[in-house]
Design a protein around this ligand. Structure first.
Ligand code: ATP
Length: 260
């Protein structure tokens, strides 16, 4: 597939580069139409954030890395968008925190599961759970295909990193007693509001940061990591993220009004 050359000076160069990846993911059969639309919703929120990692996201990223390091059985749940946008970082993070990787899809077909597994393996994953018959158990409280999980993976995990997730599954995972970490550009989504730890950031920025944090925090005393998690309030952090967007928009609007 031909990838468009994006001029470095273009004001939205990074966003356009990511769009090219989305196009590739779609052509490879890893992403579906709905995933492309979901990406658009994410882009809109990224625009409001100023396309950068806000302080609240940095804080949540540290806490997320701590939670993954403290988990007995951590897992990274991968869908088409995640496999398209951050395959290398998923594998690196899994290695760093000792997590498993599982495919979990709303629009589930064996072809897509295999395409995603192959992609993850290209980036160094040794094992990818949840493919085909391996996803043999049903997560209670869910009607979509996302209910099918691997007994070796999500079913028995205590901590699930589920980026770009839907609200129903986040709620079902929480109900099953799991710590759910998500990455979601929309601080108002049901997932963002329901997860235990929400990183309001673009996955392409957030994943390299969690990997980095995990290598730093690995050297820290476990009790300090526990304290870090105890002190974190996801609702407060989400409200501050919304406040960041509101302040930014107010500032932009007042500059414009004053210059008229
Ligand atoms: P919910 O069910 O949680 O209310 P939704 O129906 O909006 O959310 P989906 O469409 O299933 O959820 O998931 C997409 C979510 O992922 C959206 O909240 C969107 O803002 C977010 N998103 C899309 N692209 C990215 C990205 N690159 N990085 C981070 N978040 C993203």
């Amino acid at each position: 597939m031909r990838t468009k050359k994006i001029p470095k000076t273009h004001p939205r160069a990074e966003s356009l580069r990511v769009r090219e990846k989305v196009k590739e993911g779609y052509t490879e059969g890893i992403m579906v139409e709905n995933g492309v639309i979901a990406h658009g919703r994410g882009e809109a929120f990224d625009y409001l954030l100023g396309e950068l990692t806000i302080p609240e996201a940095s804080k949540a990223t540290k806490v997320a890395a701590a939670a993954l390091l403290l988990a007995n059985n951590p897992i990274i749940s991968v869908n088409g968008n995640v496999a398209t946008l951050a395959p290398k970082e998923v594998v690196k993070l899994a290695e760093s925190v000792g997590a498993k990787i599982e495919v979990n899809l709303f629009h589930r077909t064996l072809g897509r599961e295999i395409a995603i597994m192959k992609k993850m393996k290209t980036f160094g994953a040794k094992e990818v759970l949840g493919v085909g018959k391996a996803a043999s158990l049903e997560l209670k409280g869910l009607e979509s295909s996302r209910r099918w999980v691997d007994p070796e993976g999500i079913m028995t995990a205590d901590t699930v990193l589920a980026p770009l997730e839907d609200g129903d599954r986040t709620a079902a995972l929480r109900k099953a007693g799991k710590t759910v970490i998500t990455i979601d550009l929309n601080p108002l989504s049901r997932t963002a509001q329901t997860a235990s730890i929400t990183i309001v950031d673009n996955i392409v920025r957030a994943m390299p940061l969690i990997v980095e944090e995990s290598t730093i925090l690995r050297k820290i005393d476990k009790n300090d990591l526990k304290d870090m998690i105890k002190r974190f309030d996801n609702k407060v952090n989400l409200d501050k993220s919304l406040g960041y967007i509101a302040n930014r928009l107010e500032k932009i609007a007042s500059i414009r009004v004053n210059s008229q």
